[in-house]
Design a binder for this molecule. Sequence first.
Ligand code: BTN
Length: 258
Amino acid sequence: MRQIRTAWPEAGAYVYEEIDSTNLEVIRRGKEGAPEGTLIAAEKQSAGRGRRGRTWISPYGVAMYMSVLLRPTLPVNAAHILTPVSAFAICEVLQKEGIEAQIKWPNDVVIHGKKVCGILCELTITAPREYFLVTGIGININNREFAPEAGVNGTSLYLETGREYDRETIAEAVMEAYRRYYERVNAAGSLEPIREAFEARLVNRDKTVRVLDPAGEWTGTARGISPMGELLVETADGSLKAVSAGEVSVRGVYGYTE
Ligand code: BTN
């Protein structure tokens, strides 16, 4: 992989042949005081991390695994809104490539209902009211196949379009878009600057969703998102319930998105 430009020219970008996890490397560097925008990318991860403690299977040379260090001024309890911002930025980049991508709330990027990208944001508290955030992005780009453990919901840009893409160009465009929207949302303190455009990309919008609440599963119709990133789900009695990503998962009625 060639060198990648970070969207923060004052910060460094480091590309590894192999690493345990690009998120872990950013956390290590963040603790040592690395500046905002520090970018770590790798050809392969031996211990790629997914959401909910899952493993992100990370084969060599076909996908993009990258993580960026952010030092937001948002209060720590609002930092989670920067996860959907990255999904939004990725959709914009894919759109410019002529690929119709959507967001499966809160932060999977999907094409034709299949997951093409996963995002894992991890927060490290460094002092009272001081923290940094790592946004880790895994984009399936030129993958031709998936390990059976990766499940049936995965796809890649290649599998959807029949074209090979330059991974570094995509990575640089994603970072540029992420910086732009991150700065707006961080300054506003909410998703308001991108909320409507985000809703327009929601694969679940106006669809029946199954809310996998540990306290009891229920169904409703997804209507949009709140300024703090919760999914707004209309229940049978017509009221709107705000569902937060840390607490529940959402599925389509028949499968992953539909
Ligand atoms: C998910 O479970 O959907 C999130 C997957 C996130 C994977 C990316 S790959 C780059 C970065 N480094 C990691 O260890 N995980 C994230």
